[in-house]
Design a protein around this ligand. Structure first.
Ligand SMILES: [Zn+2]
Length: 134
């Protein structure tokens, strides 16, 4: 929807710099399609009101959590040697920066290896798994 200026002689609220507050302003005249001369109803200050530009109104898409997990996953996959993927079992021992195949979660990359736990990044996010169990 294209924004349009309030009609001449109509009132609308916008910031008055003199009052330093949101005030009713009366539209005195349209300057062009995006600008109008307005007058503050409280202090009488005349100013030019501009429609917010269309570009500024476009809200940037935020990267969702799922999307960032996927980006992380793609980056990890690129720097990991996927030619040897070890099947995951709790009895196995897994080193960081190696790829594993989990029966439920699928392909994952070990990002941290502790004595009995490994942190693994899967396509849908990170998981802490047990390893090195006797
Ligand atoms: Zn004012």
């Amino acid at each position: 929807m294209k924004e349009s200026l309030p009609a001449v002689a109509s009132n609308f609220t916008t910031l008055c710099k003199k009052c330093d507050a949101e005030r009713y302003h009366k539209v005195i005249a349209h300057v062009d399609t995006t600008k109008a001369k307005v007058e503050c109803e409280v202090c009488g200050k005349k100013s030019t009101y501009k429609l917010p530009s269309a570009k500024k109104k476009v809200t940037r898409k935020r990267v969702s959590k799922a999307a960032s997990a996927e980006n992380q996953w793609e980056a990890l996959k690129e720097k990991t040697d996927l030619s040897s993927v070890a099947p995951y079992t709790i009895k196995g021992t897994f080193e960081a920066e190696t790829a594993i195949e989990h029966p439920k979660f699928g392909l994952g990359v070990v990002t941290m290896s502790l004595a009995t736990k490994i942190q693994v990044t899967f396509q849908d996010g990170e998981r802490l798994l047990v390893h090195n169990r006797d």
